[in-house]
Design a protein around this ligand. Structure first.
Ligand code: HEM
Ligand SMILES: *[C@@H]1O[C@H](CO)[C@@H](O)[C@H](O)[C@H]1NC(C)=O
Ligand SMILES: *[C@@H]1O[C@H](CO)[C@@H](O)[C@H](O)[C@H]1NC(C)=O
Length: 320
């Protein structure tokens, strides 16, 4: 029989391991302090979609860029101000938008529950409704994040993936933040089933004297029409169903119709472990939906500030 004393270090060790993989967040976090927060957020996202097809796409991209830099703490939202060098100066954040929608959500939430709901949680809830209002399947969103009092421009420079990277580099970026470099990478890339990209991020693939063999030639011709010299147009990331949250992103990849190089490498890198996952998601909308839900929870759990760390910002763009 091992003595009780001898088991204490073991127990501590197990607790530590469990603590490092489970979230301190909970879906019931606002049940007493702001019970209607979900429907308030949903209402504002729905309203924003009436004048902006990309409203949801913008929100989920903000959540992703938030979580990849020191965790989901609203840091991406901060503008330059005393003591803060905004993360928006990083190339990976160039052109990121949707701050007006975040502000509208924040205003609506503050009107009902002042000082209670974090901007980081607004991005997590906004991402859920981005998906469900585009006909995608939802998930239960863990809540209770608090907002950072810092930003990390170097972190944004180093951690955000680039559309020009190869699969090995993309996988490393996902591992480095603590995500799985295969299932999470492929599932979360499926968010490119809606929204747009500017030509500058893929026009290197359209060079006629050096055609990209993993780009369908008919699709390439269409893209050349949209991206004539000097026209940095926004093009649908999913040419099949541009504003619907479905698994067509993956069937597009099977047809060499991934818009970004970083999309197509998931399938076109021979022998890669991502290939079979892309094919599974292309064949099964429900497998994609449940993997996406789980990976959004995984991403949303990255290093949240909880307890008395950070603050609940009253303006998402500024420290209190
Ligand atoms: C895997 C690495 C990824 C790379 C290299 C990447 C890169 C990009 C690029 C270059 C754009 C176009 C930006 C512009 O023209 O301003 C874009 C748009 C977008 N990304 Fe990603 N992305 C990645 C992963 C993700 C993830 C994980 C999500 C969310 C879960 C996401 C969601 C989106 C959405 C929704 C848009 C469209 C935004 C809009 O219409 O405004 N991306 N991405
Ligand atoms: C919750 O918010 C929604 C949307 O703003 C509203 O329609 C509903 O009446 C609210 N419910 C409660 C209990 O306040
Ligand atoms: C197109 O590809 C050719 C051959 O690789 C290269 O020399 C040229 O610089 C490229 N053009 C542009 C605009 O990138």
């Amino acid at each position: 029989m091992p003595s009780f004393k001898a088991m204490i270090p073991l127990a501590l060790c197990v607790c530590f391991l469990v603590g490092s993989v489970t979230s301190q967040l909970t879906s019931t976090f606002y049940d007493t302090t702001c019970p209607n927060v979900s429907s308030i957020v949903q209402g504002v996202v729905q309203q924003a979609l009436q004048t902006d097809d990309r409203a949801g796409a913008k929100l989920i991209r903000l959540h992703f860029h938030d979580c990849f830099v020191d965790g989901c703490d609203g840091s991406v939202l901060l503008e330059d101000q005393t003591g803060i060098v905004s993360e928006l100066g990083a190339p990976g954040n160039g052109g990121i938008t949707g701050f007006n929608i975040v502000n509208d959500i924040k205003t609506a939430v503050e009107n009902v529950c002042p000082g209670v709901v974090s901007c980081a949680d607004i991005l997590a809830l906004g991402s859920l409704f981005a998906v469900t209002l585009a006909s995608g399947q939802g998930w239960t969103v863990p809540l209770g994040r608090r907002d950072s009092r810092t930003a990390n421009l170097d972190g944004a420079r180093n951690r955000l993936p680039s559309p020009f990277e190869d699969l090995t580099a993309l996988q490393k970026k996902f591992r480095d933040v603590g995500l799985d470099d295969t299932t999470d990478l492929v599932a979360l890339s499926g968010a490119h089933t809606f929204g747009r990209s500017r030509c500058r991020f893929f026009d290197g693939r359209l060079n006629t004297s050096n055609p990209d063999p993993t780009l369908d030639s008919t699709y390439a011709d269409q893209l050349r029409q949209s991206c004539q010299p000097g026209r940095d147009t926004f093009v649908n990331l999913d040419p099949t169903t541009p504003d619907t949250f479905d698994n067509n992103y993956f069937t597009n990849l099977q047809n060499n119709r991934g818009l970004l190089g970083s999309d197509q490498v998931l399938l076109s890198t021979s022998g890669a472990p991502t290939v079979s996952i892309v094919n599974n998601f292309a064949n099964s909308p429900s497998q994609f939906a449940s993997a996406f839900a789980q990976s959004m929870i995984n991403m949303g759990n990255l290093s949240p500030l909880t307890g008395s760390s950070g603050e609940i910002r009253s303006n998402c763009r500024r420290l209190n």
